[in-house]
Design a protein around this ligand. Structure first.
Ligand code: CP
Length: 310
């Protein structure tokens, strides 16, 4: 079945992930090394972001160009320019944009469910590049592919998800994907006010994924294959940001945490990074957020665009 919209992590199954996405991503690694290709020549992408983005937008815009296609319209200020803050209706905007003959629309929206709403009215595939506190499925595919590459397996791994999991759409989407594998164990490491949502916990329970909630990363650092750190958002309450900044190690990846971690474990972060990962971590080979995880953003964007458009 040809991939059409990319809306949420639940839409993918293990057979597709391992049998289609990962092999195509490996092909795209070679195309990326070569630098250019004409696989998507003549294909037109609209890059429509209601919230700012560096990584996701750059990954998709560069990916389509590397595959010979074009970005025919791009904005990261859609809420300003489209009058979104004055009440312009997303469904109308999408229907209007479709009249200009794009082949795909990459959409980031500030409210949960935005991509799903857009897909209902779009005559072309919609790729959800993040919707409010909902999901960020393309990022989750990037993260899963990075885990497969670096750890060598997904079945049976232990993952510590750390930080503001109440708001972290990347962690939510990754949890859905991990739920498709067997023997995965997840430790949610958060302050009480930032717990992972019940919807995700219910999903994991239904899929027999073991999880627990802790409040100190150091307690589990030695037993996990993946530390998945997430972002401390600006605007959080002072006390929570202070707790990160004080470097207690409870929710921060620092030298003390690295010393506890296994040799073949990895530290991931969807970025942008705040005080939650100490700069000393960057030079450790286990820190993949500015290396392999970044590479995977481009590779998975190329793979998704090829699947949808070629
Ligand atoms: N991680 C992530 O989605 O980054 P951007 O907000 O820069 O796209």
């Amino acid at each position: 079945v040809r991939l059409h919209h990319v809306i949420e992590s639940q839409q993918f199954d293990r057979i597709w992930l391992e049998g289609e996405l990962f092999p195509l991503a490996q092909e795209m690694e070679k195309v990326a090394e070569e630098g250019t290709s004409d696989l998507l020549e003549g294909k037109r992408m609209v890059s429509f972001f209601y919230q700012r983005s560096v990584r996701t937008r750059a990954a998709f815009e560069i990916a389509i160009k590397m595959l010979g296609g074009d970005v025919v319209f791009s904005t990261e200020n859609a809420s300003e320019f489209s009058g979104g803050i004055e009440g312009e209706i997303l469904e109308d905007t999408i229907r209007f944009l479709c009249r200009f003959h794009p082949h795909v629309i990459v959409l980031r929206y500030h409210e949960e469910g935005g991509a799903k709403r857009a897909a209902e009215f779009s005559s072309v595939p919609i790729i959800n590049a993040g919707d409010g506190r909902g999901q960020h499925p393309t990022r989750a595919l990037v993260d899963l592919y990075t885990i497969q590459k670096k750890v060598g397996r997904i079945d049976g791994i232990s993952v510590a998800m750390v930080g503001d999991l109440a708001q972290g759409r990347t962690a939510r989407s990754l949890a859905y994907l991990l739920g498709k594998f067997s023997g995965v164990r997840i430790y949610f490491i958060t302050p009480d006010t930032m717990r992972m949502g019940d919807d995700i916990k219910d999903y994991l329970a239904r899929h027999n994924i073991w999880f627990t909630e802790e409040n100190n990363l150091k307690a589990v650092a030695s037993i996990v294959e993946v530390v998945y750190q997430t972002r401390t958002r600006a605007g959080l309450s002072g006390t929570i940001v202070d707790r990160f900044r004080q470097g207690t190690g409870a929710y921060t990846v620092d030298k003390g945490v690295l010393d506890l971690m296994k040799e073949n474990a990895i530290v991931m972060h969807p970025l942008p990074r705040g005080a939650e990962i100490d700069f000393v971590v960057d030079n450790d080979p286990r820190a993949v957020y500015l290396r392999e995880q970044a590479d995977s953003s481009l590779i998975i964007s190329m793979a998704l665009l090829k699947m949808i458009l070629a």
